[in-house]
Ligand binder design. Structure first.
Ligand SMILES: *[C@@H]1O[C@H](CO)[C@@H](O)[C@H](O)[C@H]1NC(C)=O
Ligand SMILES: *[C@@H]1O[C@H](CO)[C@@H](O)[C@H](O)[C@H]1NC(C)=O
Ligand SMILES: *[C@@H]1O[C@H](CO)[C@@H](O)[C@H](O)[C@H]1NC(C)=O
Length: 264
């Protein structure tokens, strides 16, 4: 952790937010998209409306995010339809979670299976500012070099001064597991439940402050922002949870909830 993120952690501790595993900056090397053009992204906020993670809507009742974004259900609000976090735009929809389903195999040491489902207490309205995103099929693969989009608000550095709290986005190529897992890079720490994306020379990346947000390739959310080493470092791409490895679990979890409701 660098000085900025240590300071941020102290600040967040003061605000009683568990910031373990979250880092400092926002999307690196990206740009601000046309407002409300990326409609499937949500901001996860504390009850005092501090953004701490991203997520994405897969239907009106369910959001996907990273398991390491679990700060406790009573501390979380899901905000859809947002663009600038600092301005009330009239397009926001705030919904509290009903329950959280962290993947049962999530391991915070290895970062494996870093995925969580959030069931919302009330349905989100889909409109010109809010939409859902499609998911890949179970075990669908995505080829090296395919271009994908990652978006997020990230954190502003407490020493950075400015707070341009609008959404940022960047497109990145998929990096092969072989390259990402090699001794020059993550050296065996990449599992088959992870995806890597980024440029060899670095410079463009998500930061852990963008955690939980979507990596979208060919119109489907193939990745969840999970972890990395620094941000936009050469040789160290961003690491994402491979959503296609969890498609069956996602469908089963949602289905079992609805069938349980029917019986009750
Ligand atoms: C996480 O993974 C490590 C390394 O494989 C293992 O030693 C540990 O028991 C795992 N923890 C959990 C909670 O499964
Ligand atoms: C897990 O992710 C954190 C960043 O969130 C990273 O520092 C750590 O090295 C990762 N663990 C492993 C075993 O790769
Ligand atoms: C990465 O390397 C480790 C150690 O050699 C191996 O266990 C793991 O399966 C590899 N990951 C992938 C996706 O091949």
């Amino acid at each position: 952790m660098n000085v900025a993120s240590v300071l941020l952690c102290i600040l967040l501790k003061v605000l009683a937010v568990n910031c373990q595993g979250f880092a400092q900056e926002r999307i690196v090397g990206g740009y601000a998209p046309v407002p409300h053009s990326i409609r499937y992204i949500v901001s996860l906020q504390t009850t005092s409306r501090q953004h701490f993670c991203g997520g994405f809507l897969i239907n009106r009742f369910w959001v996907i995010t990273a398991a390491h974004c679990n700060i406790g259900i009573s501390k979380m609000v899901v905000v859809a339809g947002d663009y600038s976090l600092s301005i009330y735009e009239g397009t926001e929809q705030e919904v509290f979670p009903h329950f959280l389903v962290t993947h049962p195999e999530y391991n915070s040491t290895t970062n494996n299976s870093d995925i969580m489902l959030i069931k919302l207490r009330a349905p989100i309205y889909l409109n010109n500012y809010v939409s859902i995103v499609l998911l890949p099929r179970q075990d669908a693969s995505i080829a090296e070099g395919e271009m994908c989009r990652v978006s997020g608000w990230g954190y502003t550095s407490p020493t950075g001064g400015q707070i341009p709290a609008t959404l940022r986005t960047v497109t990145l190529p998929i990096v092969s597991a072989e390259k990402c897992n090699s001794t020059e890079s993550f050296n065996g720490r990449i599992t088959d439940r992870m995806l890597c994306a980024g440029y060899n020379i670095g410079g463009k990346d998500a930061c852990q402050g963008d955690s939980g947000g979507p990596l979208v390739c060919n119109g489907r959310a193939y990745g969840v922002v999970s972890w990395g080493r620094g941000c936009a470092d050469a040789e160290f791409p961003g690491v994402y949870t491979a959503v296609s490895k969890f498609r069956r679990w996602i469908d089963n979890t949602i289905f079992s909830y609805y069938s349980r409701c029917k019986k009750n």
